[in-house]
Design a protein around this ligand. Structure first.
Ligand code: AMP
Ligand code: GLY
Length: 427
């Protein structure tokens, strides 16, 4: 089958890379894909703006399946536009994507389904929000209701930060329409982990649990980023925690969406806080995580194309899905200054000499330069990914690649997987 893949970052490179290893897949077309994606897919340069443009493109390509990487097109209704043309889509409808696109909606679903999560309420009124936040006490969390490219969450440890976070959203509309309403939430303690699950509208199949490193600097210091590295499996997710996540989070969420007449198809991403054997949901995302996908897909045992098709056909229980017994690690090479201001257009060196049978460089923010050169083009540039029989070996291999692949002002964390490896900074 032919697949049209929507998206152009590290997550999409990992998806395309894995789909190319799928016997069921004959070709992958990823419009405007980056130079890494170009190694495993056709990347035609096309100007696609509206969801209608994308759906028409996929129809012209006679795609057997459209796979959507990022949340924005899902929230805008790409799956609906494709379905209207009779295309199969791996990704939720606009109505189901609200699980990520509106935090108030996600909380409503969690409440209705009895899913454990932090205490919270939604507000459009500044004074009421402030009252509620003061009632919860510091630290307290303020979240823009809508999509904010990972920047909409403020952990307020002082009254000043609280006033600022509320004003930024409810007075200054920092994230535009996404700031119209805020969620004020109790601060949770514990260790975070992500569980991504395949969903076919009725059935749920969790993939291997992983852990992201959201802060920019070693020791979880510095500002929040889109994710500086990941590893899987995350040992904090024990068998018991996984069972709890399935039984109290994933299963009820998918049941509740079906009950509402908006069945959930695609990847449901549960961001969890784990504390003393209990799980609570921090957030739902309506798609694969980035950079979680980079470590989850190399460990998937099964035919990704077939699994995605089974999700669209409501036949997930018939698909063969397993987990390889290995460990994987991904170290993100970012532009100096990210997540603040950074420069682009730096030549990336060493790309040709670093991959092995058990490692791959996923491209996130790259573009093709002159004469085969690859240039930096974003904050997160590359995901150096390796897998091995032990986590230590996978981490060592990813850091070996970081010694080979480089560009001016490249920045990476040196402590990826530190929680699983004993809490020490590696180098
Ligand atoms: P989110 O975009 O909702 O995942 O939030 C970004 C990050 O903020 C999470 O990965 C957590 O580290 C942190 N966070 C969000 N909500 C809470 C909470 N209620 N308590 C503590 N930390 C939180
Ligand atoms: N790595 C976090 C996310 O994809 O939302």
């Amino acid at each position: 089958m032919k697949i049209v893949l929507v998206g152009n970052g590290g997550r999409e490179h990992a998806i395309a890379w894995r789909l190319r290893r799928s016997p069921a897949v004959t070709s992958v077309v990823c419009p405007n894909g980056n130079p890494g994606i170009a190694r495993v897919a056709d990347v035609p340069r096309v100007d696609l703006k509206s969801m209608e443009d994308w759906a028409s493109f996929a129809a012209r390509e006679k795609a057997a399946l459209v796979v959507v990487g990022p949340e924005a097109p899902l929230a805008e209704g790409l799956a609906d536009a494709c379905a209207a043309k009779g295309l199969k889509v791996f990704g939720p409808s606009k109505a189901a994507a609200r699980l990520e696109a509106s935090k108030a909606f996600a909380k409503d679903v969690m409440q209705a389904a009895g899913i454990p999560t932090a205490r919270s309420d939604s507000f459009q009124d500044y004074d009421k929000a402030l009252d509620f936040a003061r009632g919860l006490g510091l630290p307290v969390v303020v979240k823009a209701d809508g999509l904010a490219a990972g920047k909409g969450v403020a952990i307020c440890t002082t009254e000043e930060e609280l006033l600022q976070a509320l004003a930024e959203n409810l007075k200054d509309a920092r994230f535009g329409e996404s700031s119209r309403s805020v969620l004020v939430e109790e601060f949770l303690v514990g260790e975070e982990a992500s569980i991504l699950a395949f969903c076919d509208g009725a059935n749920v199949y969790p993939m291997i649990p992983s852990q992201d490193h959201k802060r920019a600097l070693d020791g979880d210091a510095g500002p929040n980023t889109g994710g500086m590295g990941t590893y899987a499996p995350a040992p904090v997710v024990t068998e018991e925690i996984l069972a709890a996540a399935f039984g109290t989070v994933l299963r009820p969420a998918v049941d509740e969406m079906a009950r509402r007449g908006t069945p959930y198809v695609g990847v449901l991403y549960a961001g969890l806080m784990i504390d003393g054997g209990g799980v609570k949901v921090l957030e739902f995302n309506c798609r694969f995580g980035d950079p979680e996908t980079q470590v989850v897909l190399p460990l998937l045992d099964g035919d990704l194309g077939e699994i995605m098709m089974a999700c669209c056909d409501g036949s997930l229980p018939g698909a063969r899905i397993g987990v390889r017994p290995d460990h994987a690690a991904c170290v993100v090479l970012a532009s100096g200054g990210y997540p603040g201001r950074y420069e682009t257009g730096k030549v990336i060196l060493g790309l040709d000499d670093c991959e092995t049978d058990s490692s791959v460089v996923f491209h996130a923010g790259t573009v093709a330069g002159e004469e085969g050169a690859v240039l930096t083009a974003g904050g997160r540039v590359l995901g150096l990914t390796a897998w091995a029989a032990t986590l230590q070996a996978a981490v060592d291999e990813a850091y070996r690649m970081a010694e080979v692949v480089t560009f001016q002002d490249a920045h990476f964390r040196r402590d990826i997987a530190h929680r699983a490896l004993g809490g020490t900074t590696r180098r």
